[in-house]
Design a binder for this molecule. Structure first.
Ligand code: FES
Length: 122
């Protein structure tokens, strides 16, 4: 039977913040990205690493010059990624989709907002 676990008050979670918590042994990461709340199980689809504790940054792109060379890295400000610290798989933090192969995805956790509080339901 799914059970709600209190994360925090909604106004305590600012854009870019995360909370990783254990819900009686099931670990879940809750994130606020561009004003949107998302929650993922803290288990990477590659080899079960703690993906929700990885680095978060804008998607890295490599603009190719007219001569076919790449001289600098840049960031795509519209996409926020989380990177699993075990082997570097990158996932779009809002959709959970892997950046290299879209059939690999993070597992979504259910969120509820009630009386200004955020709950994870697992
Ligand atoms: S376990 Fe996450 S990249 Fe391998």
């Amino acid at each position: 039977m799914p059970k709600p676990y209190l994360v925090c008050r909604d106004d305590e979670l600012n854009d870019g913040d995360r909370r990783v918590m254990s819900c009686d042994g099931t670990e879940v990461g809750v994130f606020k990205v561009d004003g949107e709340l998302v929650a993922w199980h803290n288990e990477c689809p590659h080899r079960s690493g703690p993906v929700c504790q990885g680095r978060i940054y804008k998607r890295v792109i490599e603009p190719v010059a007219d001569d076919g060379t790449v001289r600098a890295l840049a960031y795509d400000e519209t996409v926020t990624n989380i990177v699993c610290s075990w082997h570097g798989y990158e996932f779009d933090l809002k959709t959970g989709v892997n950046q290299g192969y879209d059939r690999i995805r993070l597992r979504k956790a259910k969120l509820e907002l009630k009386d200004g509080n955020i709950y994870v339901v697992v």
